[in-house]
Design a protein around this ligand. Structure first.
Ligand SMILES: Nc1ncnc2c1ncn2[C@@H]1O[C@H](COP(=O)(O)OP(=O)(O)O)[C@@H](O)[C@H]1O
Ligand SMILES: [Mg+2]
Length: 228
C-alpha cells in the first residue's frame, strides 16, 4: 500500500522560499510600501520591481535580515529573520542566503579567490578551496583568482560578487539591481547566469530591479508602488 500523500498547502512556510503577509514598512516618517500578500515558491524565481526610492533595497535587506523594523510577517525558508537574535540571523544569512549587493561589497584587501573563500567560511562550509576554484572556472574568472578587486572591471567585479554569493549553494539568492549598468546583451547574460546557477542547485532567486527589460525572465513578480 502506498503512503497517503500529504496535500500541498499553498500557505505552508516550508514550501515557500519567501512569504510576505501584510508587510508594511516606514522609513524616515513615511510609509515606503505595504504588501498584502506575496509568495515565492521554493526553487522558483521572482522579480521585485518598482521605481527608484520605492523600497526595493530595504525589502531585500529585510528578507536577508540585514535590516529589521517592519510590520507584518516576513517568512524566509520557514524563518522570520526579525524574530531571530542578531547572531542567529547572521548565521542564518551566511548559510542560507546568497546576497549580491548593487555595489558588490567585495573586500578590497582580499584576492578574488579569498573573497569567495571567506563567503564559504562564514557559511561554515569547512575547506572550500575546491568549491571556490570550480566556481571561478564556471564563471570564467579563474585567470583572475589572485587579483585584487581594484584591478577588475565592473563586469568582472559583478561576476566575483555573484560567485561569492553562490559558494555555499544557498537555497535563496537575492540580487540588488544586477543589470542597472548593463546593455541589453550583458543584461541577458547576467540574468541568464543567475537563473542557470540558481537552477543548478534548485535555489530560488529574487532580483530587485527598476529595469523592465527583466520582466520576460520571471514568472513571479511583485511591484512596489513608489512614493505616493
Ligand atoms: N533608515 C532610513 N531612514 C530614512 N530613510 C530611509 C532609510 N532607509 C531607506 N530610506 C529611504 O527610503 C527610500 C527607499 O529606499 P530604497 O529601499 O533604497 O529604495 P530603492 O532600492 O527602491 O531605490 C529612500 O528614499 C531612502 O532614502
Ligand atoms: Mg535600491
Amino acid at each position: 500500500m502506498t503512503a497517503p500523500i500529504t496535500p500541498i498547502q499553498p500557505d505552508h512556510p516550508q514550501q515557500a522560499a519567501i512569504r510576505l503577509r501584510q508587510v508594511s514598512c516606514e522609513r524616515g516618517g513615511r510609509e515606503l510600501f505595504n504588501i498584502d500578500y506575496w509568495r515565492l515558491p521554493a526553487g522558483e524565481h521572482g522579480l521585485l520591481e518598482g521605481p527608484s526610492g520605492c523600497g526595493k533595497t530595504t525589502l531585500l535587506h529585510l528578507i536577508a535580515g540585514l535590516e529589521t523594523g517592519v510590520n507584518g510577517e516576513i517568512n524566509v525558508l520557514g524563518h522570520d529573520p526579525g524574530q531571530l537574535g542578531s547572531r542567529q540571523r547572521d548565521r542564518f544569512r551566511a548559510s542560507h542566503i546568497g546576497l549580491i549587493f548593487q555595489d558588490f561589497h567585495l573586500l578590497e584587501g582580499l584576492t578574488v579567490e579569498a573573497n569567495l573563500r571567506l563567503g564559504g567560511w562564514l557559511g561554515r562550509r569547512g575547506d572550500n578551496r575546491q568549491a571556490a576554484r570550480e566556481l571561478l572556472v564556471r564563471l570564467g574568472l579563474s585567470s583572475l583568482a589572485h587579483q585584487y578587486p581594484h584591478t577588475l572591471s565592473q563586469g568582472e567585479k559583478q561576476r566575483v560578487a555573484i560567485a561569492r554569493a553562490l559558494i555555499n549553494q544557498p537555497p535563496l539568492i537575492l540580487a540588488d539591481e544586477p543589470t542597472s549598468a548593463l546593455d541589453d546583451a550583458n543584461t541577458d547574460n547576467v540574468i541568464g547566469l543567475l537563473l542557470e546557477e540558481a537552477d543548478s542547485h534548485g535555489a530560488s532567486l529574487l532580483v530587485a530591479s527598476h529595469d523592465s527589460r527583466l520582466r520576460k525572465h520571471f514568472s513571479h513578480r511583485i511591484e512596489l508602488a513608489g512614493p505616493q
